[in-house]
Structure formats: C-alpha cells, structure tokens
Write a protein that binds this ligand. Structure first.
Ligand code: FAD
Length: 454
C-alpha cells in the first residue's frame, strides 16, 4: 500500500509542468497532473507558437512589396483575418493533442480542472482531493493591465490571438518584447499600429544598440512609436471605438487597445499560504537552485518562479527537477548565457551580456559592431539596417555578449550561443571561416573594435 495517491502531483500542464510530469513518470514515479485550461499552456495555446505563426503570416506583405525589386509583379494581395485565426486554432489543437498523448504514453494521469493546495500533501481539483508525497507548482503567469479607469475595455495577449475582427487601428501599450512583436504582427497584416511606452525607448534591459536598431526598423516599417507617454483612461466613444486619454492630455481613438504591460505569477487562490509556501517580490514563488520552495516537499518551476520567463528555461527547470528527484541524476538548470530572440520586425536575438552589463563586469571591454544593409534588401530598395555586435573582454579575449538585429536573427544566434556558452574567445571566432554571402559571416570577420577598450 502506498501512503499517498501519487508520488508526484503537478499543478499546471504548460511547458514546465508537462516536461516534469513526463520525465518523472519515465523514471518510474506515479504522477498525476491537473490543468484548468488546455494542455500545452501559455507557449502552445496563447504564446510562442500562435505568435510565431502570426509573425509568419505578417511577413508576406513585406515579401510581396520586395518582390517587385526582383522582377516580380504580384497581383492584388488580400488578407483574411478569420482564415488565419482558424488555421492557427487548428494547429494549436493538434499540438494540444500531442501533449495529451505524450502524457498518456508516459503513464501520467491527467485531471481536468483547477488545482488548489489544501495542505503540503493534498491538492483539491474540483470535488476531488489527491494526496502526493511531492507537489510541483507549474502554474505560469498571467498578463496584467494598467490600473486606470476603463482598463476593462482593453485586451491582453490572450485575447489578441482570437479577435473576431482585425482592428483597423490598434494601440499597443508597453515596450517589452510582447508589445514589439505584436506591433510587427498587426502592422504587417495591414493594421495601423501605435505603440505607447512610458519609458524613453522600447525593449528596456536589452543592449542599447539592439534597442536603437529595432526602434528605427519598426518606425521605418510604419509603426508609430510614442515614448514617455501612456494611457491615463479609456472610454467607449459614440462610434463604438475606444477613446484614449494619454498622460500628456492628448486623446485618440482606436478599434482596440492592447495592454502588453507585463505578466505576474498566477498564484491567486492557489492555497500556497495554507501549505506554508513563501512568496517573494511580485508574488513569485521563491525557490532554491533545485526549484524547492520554502516547504520541503513542494517544488516550483517556470514563470511562476520568475527566474527567466522563457519556455526553454521552464523545460530545463522541469527536466532537472525530474532527473534529480526520480532519475538518480542530481543536476540544476543553468540560467547563465540563456539565448533569446525577439520576433519583432526587424527581429533581434542575443546571448550573453548587454554592453551596459559587460562594462560593469570587466575592466577593459572591446566592442565590435557592424551595421549594414542586408543583401536581400538591396534590390528591394529597403534602407533598413542590420546589426551584428560582439562584446569581448580584452583580458581573457572571451566573447561575453553577442547581439544580432536583422533577418533570421534567432536562427543565427542559436548557433553562436553554443560558442558563447562554451566560453570561446575572439581568436576562436577569427579562426572560423565565414559562410559567404551571409549576414552572419560578419560575426567572424569583424577585426577592429569600433569602441576600443578604455
Ligand atoms: P505556462 O506555460 O503558463 O503553463 C501553466 C499552465 O498551468 C497553464 O496551462 C495554466 O492553464 C495552468 N494552470 C494555472 N493555474 C492552474 C491551477 N491552479 N490548476 C490547474 N492548472 C493551472 N517564451 C519563449 O521562450 N519564446 C517565445 O517566443 C515566447 N513568446 C511568448 C509570447 C507570449 C504572448 C507570451 C504570453 C509568452 C511567451 N513566451 C515565450 C513565454 C512562455 O510562454 C512561458 O515562459 C512559458 O509558457 C512558461 O511555462 P510555464 O510552464 O511556467 O507556464
């Protein structure tokens, strides 16, 4: 007889929860999991996947425009928003099924419904209660809106994927990666997009050159970026649109107002207090390097711990938890040199430190920077610039940061991330022969620092 219903009970069937449940079951644990919405979580249902599909959809307008420079004449192009929403829905439903089958195949028992901790070993899902030796909280985060009058008239990223109609004019509030990605999506699909951001430049925290080049590229493509301003109130106008009064007292009307103003851990009414779990800044669950909370048998992974809010990080944390607890292979997920991309238009990607971070960490920094018009834009007559940037510690010669803005940035940086993670030096980069003609060859051919170390 087992003293508990399960060895492990996982609350949340998103990236981190599904990975942890599947691998733990593979190691022989008896695993239960509850999900209140759809298996796959934010990434599959209302994040990375549908977003990237919409980025692809939005890029056709640029391709049609640029085709003329290459001798093509393209007939009148029309875009059908409901057709895209339906196609996207079909694909995420397929992926949701894949997740369900993966869990079933691994022997995980899935319970539909919202889970709530009753005590450190008991989870309530609807009318039922399950006991488990170990509990893993993987509930992710939730978008937040500004706390202003009329905020209920605005939408969040969850809603943006399934709007019944494509807005003709859209205000996006915020300047983080989700704001700039959706600005590119809707702009490419033909919506007139305004971004309102209370700070001085989009993508706070990213390398300054990345921020500057993405900002310029977005403006060149027609996105109206307004900085140091944000909505103070929203009202429903007589024509059914939304009237926005900004903090500088200006007003404007939009079909939709989209709050991309951050995400917070989804910990409300989860019973964490009942179980004795300590929360930290902004409501995140505090964990140690093994993802263990303040309660010995309760663990947490993914966005709810607010370490780095990215799917591959949630997957790595969930996998390390499972290997450590059930696989006899103790290990911790690494949060260093995590590469990331912004699927804005133009896209950006980075690994390692931004210049302001690198300057704080090393005494002498060499900055290598190249800005140029990518070859594919030449015949198209597009003036937009790409950026390649390397940050090198002069003493050790190690590449501390690598940044790309331009076509295929994410694909390029994924490969170079191995080199940066491995601690390779600028001399290693210089010894590597470029692939010609590509944009990425710049990263192995930059010889003179533009900003020599001081
Ligand atoms: P989630 O994936 O959010 O999963 C949590 C799950 O728990 C959800 O299914 C939820 O329904 C369920 N749940 C919550 N509470 C309960 C409860 N009490 N009981 C039962 N179930 C519950 N990351 C990238 O790496 N690349 C990207 O391009 C990218 N794009 C993004 C775009 C958008 C618009 C958004 C919002 C996010 C994006 N992310 C991206 C971030 C990524 O989606 C998250 O980092 C990742 O999903 C975190 O995984 P998780 O397991 O922590 O949580």
């Amino acid at each position: 007889m087992h003293p508990y219903d399960y060895d492990l009970f996982v609350i949340g069937g998103g990236s981190g929860g599904v990975r942890a449940a599947r691998i733990s079951a593979g190691h022989g644990a008896r695993v239960g999991l509850c999900e209140e919405s759809r298996l796959g979580g934010t990434c599959v249902i209302r994040g990375c996947v549908p977003k990237k599909l919409m980025v692809f959809a939005s890029q056709f307008s640029e391709a049609f425009e640029d085709a003329a420079g290459y001798g093509w004449s393209v007939g009148e192009a029309r875009f059908d928003w409901p057709a895209l929403v339906a196609a996207k829905e079909k694909e995420i439903t397929r992926l949701e099924g894949v997740y369900g089958r993966l869990l079933e195949g691994a022997g995980v028992t899935v319970h539909e419904g919202r889970g709530r901790l009753i005590d450190a070993h008991t989870v309530e899902v609807g009318e039922r209660r399950f006991t488990a030796k170990t509990i893993l909280v993987a509930v992710g985060g939730r978008p937040t809106k500004l706390d202003i009058p009329g905020a209920e008239l605005g939408i969040i990223s969850d809603d943006a994927f399934d709007l019944p109609e494509q807005p003709k004019e859209l205000l996006i509030v915020g300047g983080g990666y989700i704001a700039v990605e959706f600005a590119g999506i809707f702009n490419g699909l033909g919506t007139k997009v305004t971004v309102a951001y209370r700070r001085d430049r989009i993508l706070r925290g990213f390398d300054e050159d990345v921020r500057r080049v993405v900002d310029a590229g977005m403006r060149e493509r027609g996105v109206d970026i307004r900085t140091q301003v944000c909505p103070a109130r929203l009202d429903r106008a007589d024509d059914g649109r939304i009237e926005v009064t900004f903090t500088d007292d200006s007003t404007a009307r939009y079909d939709q107002v989209f709050f991309a103003t951050g995400r917070s851990p989804y910990v409300g009414d989860l019973g964490l207090e009942a179980a004795g779990v300590t929360l930290g800044r902004g409501g995140r669950i505090e964990v140690d390097d093994d993802s263990r909370t303040s309660v010995e048998n309760i663990f947490a992974v993914g966005d709810v711990t607010d370490r780095i809010q990215l799917t591959p990080v949630a997957l790595a944390e969930g996998h390390a938890f499972a290997d450590t607890q059930y696989g006899g292979m103790p290990r911790q997920a690494s949060h260093d040199n995590v590469p990331s991309a912004v699927f804005s238009q133009p896209p950006a990607a980075s690994v390692g430190l931004a210049e302001h971070e690198a300057r704080e960490r090393c005494e002498a920094l060499d900055v290598y920077r190249s800005e140029f018009t990518p070859m594919r834009y030449t015949l198209a007559g597009r003036g937009e610039k790409a950026l390649m940037k390397l940050l090198v510690d002069r003493d050790s010669d190690r590449v501390l940061g690598l940044h790309v803005v331009g076509p295929d940035a994410g694909e390029i940086v994924q490969g170079f991330a191995v080199a940066v993670r491995a601690g390779l030096t600028k001399a290693d980069f210089d010894r590597t022969i470029g692939i010609h003609p590509t944009s990425a060859e710049e990263l192995v051919t930059m010889r003179v620092p533009v900003d020599p170390a001081t």
